[in-house]
Each structure stands twice: as structure tokens, then as C-alpha cells.
Design a protein around this ligand. Structure first.
Ligand SMILES: Cc1cc2nc3c(=O)[nH]c(=O)nc-3n(C[C@H](O)[C@H](O)[C@H](O)COP(=O)(O)OP(=O)(O)OC[C@H]3O[C@@H](n4cnc5c(N)ncnc54)[C@H](O)[C@@H]3O)c2cc1C
Ligand code: FES
Length: 265
């Protein structure tokens, strides 16, 4: 099993392509071969819209905080960020066009461990989809994969093997975690990777712990600095009577789900 680390950099890069997806989703692509070589699935960048892009009035009102966004794709220097607009930071990113500048810090975080010869279940929920896309591209040649994704409705659905929506507008109706125990048994799964909202990860972790299945989850904690300084993203990790706060942005965002103390969040 391989974990990779690299030194984060502060960068400005032009957007060379922007893709509009369904609902509130869009993809920003940058091109940097050297940077691409340093990135691993599960890592993320702190990104924000560059301040000198549009006219002076508009740029003065842009949010100052960087936002953590996972690496969605990385092939021959084409690095993609698959984003949902939810608030001021992601809305500012949404307004960027090809040629505008992005400010980036990264790659950040530990990334997913990469394996071979395993039967793997990928579980994503909502905006947990992007890091698993990059991960499955790395794993698919050397493992058997099955990917189940859940969202609120059909605008939250993206390519995978099985879809669940809360309103039943696409795929199976219900929460994505409802079918996991059955899938693990049917497909003889021996490893789970997950990314999505904390309640989904927690439910997944309860199931994998009960079934004694190895499980790595990427946690979407609210981040301030994103580079390990403020401890605003720390979560409890360890054993019930021997645990510590670890930073999602530095020691994570990927953790062994069996070591996260979900009830102490
Ligand atoms: C490691 C990591 C990787 C991420 N990867 C992606 C990605 O690939 N694509 C993507 O679209 N988003 C991703 N996110 C989530 C993204 O960072 C947030 O949606 C973004 O910071 C929201 O900023 P905003 O200024 O637009 O909205 P804000 O005004 O900051 O927030 C809008 C609403 O979203 C809630 N919110 C903000 N951040 C989070 C969070 N981390 N978890 C749960 N709720 C939150 C706020 O409480 C508020 O209700 C990731 C988060 C983390 C920690
Ligand atoms: S966000 Fe500041 S330490 Fe993680």
C-alpha cells in the first residue's frame, strides 16, 4: 500500500477550459504537467478566484478565503476541479471564464492509499464524487471496482455503477448507505473507499466496522487556513480511551474509518 506526500506550492494558473454541468455543478480545468506529477487521488487544493480578473468594483467584493476543492482529474497535466456552488467562495469560482486566473495552494493532504488485487466498493455522496473519480482511474487496472453514488435528486447524479437519490427522481430511492451491506456480501468486497457528508461516512463506518472490512474515508470538514495552522478542522481519531485531535487538512483528509471517533464529533 502506497501513500504519497508532496510539498504544497502557492500558484496562479489560468483556466484553460470551463465545463458547465447539471444543476449547480461545473468543472474548472488548468494545465500544468509538473504540478500534475505531484498530485495523488484524495489530495486537494485551497483555491480562490484571482483578484485582478474582472473589473475593479467586482474584484473588491470577491471572498478572501481560499476554499478546499479535491482533485477531480489529473491526466498529462490537465488538472480538473469539479465544484458545486453553495456560497460566496464557490459562486466566485463559478463566475470565472477560460483565461481568468485561479490562485491555488497545494497539493494538500495525504490522499488515498493505493492498492492492487482487491475487491473494492467506492461510496460517494453529493460533492464527495470528485475525489473518487480520480481514485478509480488509478485503481481500475489492478482491482475489481463497484461504485455507488447518492444525491438529493437527479441533478446530483454522475456516472458510476449504481445511483441512489433521496427523492427517487433517479436510480434507487433512499440513502446511498442503505444498499451497502448487501453489496459487500454479493460482491465479496474487501475494501471500501468513501467520500461525502459526515453522516454518510459515519453510517458507512458503522457497517464496515461490523463486517470487519477495511475502509478509508475522506472527510469534508469545514476549513479555515487549510494548511495545518489553525486547528479549526481537527477531528478525534484513535481508540476510545487513547485518542487525539488530528487535522483534516494536514493528517487527512483521508482517515482509516475504523479509527475515527464518530460519536465525539
Ligand atoms: C478536503 C475537502 C475537499 C472538498 N472537495 C470539494 C470538491 O471537490 N468540490 C466541491 O464542490 N466542494 C468540495 N468541498 C467542499 C467545499 O470546500 C465547500 O463547499 C466550500 O468551501 C464552500 O464555500 P463557499 O464559500 O462557497 O460557501 P460557504 O458560505 O462557506 O458555505 C455555504 C454552506 O455550505 C456549508 N459548508 C461549507 N463548507 C462545508 C464543508 N466542508 N462541509 C460541509 N458543509 C460545508 C456551510 O456551512 C454553509 O451552509 C471539499 C471540502 C473539503 C474539506
Ligand atoms: S483548516 Fe486550519 S488546521 Fe486545518
Amino acid at each position: 500500500m502506497k501513500m504519497n506526500k508532496s510539498q504544497p506550492q502557492f500558484l496562479e494558473r489560468a483556466i484553460y477550459f470551463r465545463e458547465e454541468l447539471s444543476g449547480d455543478y461545473f468543472i474548472l480545468w488548468i494545465w500544468d504537467e509538473a504540478l500534475g506529477k505531484k498530485c495523488q487521488p484524495g489530495q486537494f487544493f485551497q483555491i480562490r478566484a484571482h483578484y485582478s480578473i474582472a473589473d475593479a468594483e467586482e474584484t473588491r467584493s470577491l471572498p478572501k478565503l481560499f476554499k478546499p476543492i479535491s482533485i477531480y482529474d489529473n491526466a498529462e497535466g490537465r488538472i480538473g476541479f469539479f465544484i458545486k456552488k453553495v456560497g460566496a467562495g464557490t459562486n466566485a469560482l463559478y463566475k470565472l471564464k477560460a483565461g481568468d486566473l485561479l490562485e491555488l495552494i497545494g497539493p494538500l493532504g495525504n490522499g488515498f492509499p493505493l492498492v492492487t488485487g482487491r475487491k473494492i466498493l467506492l461510496v460517494s455522496g453529493g460533492i464527495g464524487y470528485p475525489p473518487l473519480w480520480y481514485l478509480q482511474k488509478k485503481l481500475i487496472k489492478h482491482n475489481l471496482l463497484y461504485w455507488v453514488h447518492g444525491g438529493s435528486g437527479q441533478s446530483d447524479v454522475f456516472p458510476c455503477d449504481e445511483v441512489w437519490t433521496e427523492d427517487g427522481s433517479f436510480g434507487k430511492k433512499g440513502m446511498v448507505t442503505e444498499g451497502i451491506s448487501k453489496l459487500i456480501a454479493e460482491k465479496k468486497i474487501d475494501l471500501v473507499y468513501s467520500c461525502g457528508p459526515v453522516p454518510m461516512l459515519k453510517e458507512c463506518a458503522i457497517i464496515t466496522t461490523e463486517l470487519n472490512i477495511e475502509h478509508y474515508c475522506s472527510i469534508e470538514a469545514y476549513m479555515a487556513c487549510g494548511i495545518g495552522v489553525c486547528y479549526g478542522c481537527a477531528i478525534p481519531v484513535g481508540q476510545e480511551n487513547d485518542w487525539n485531535y488530528l487535522r483534516v487538512c494536514k493528517e487527512g483528509p483521508v482517515f482509516n474509518a475504523g479509527e475515527v471517533l464518530w460519536n465525539k464529533f
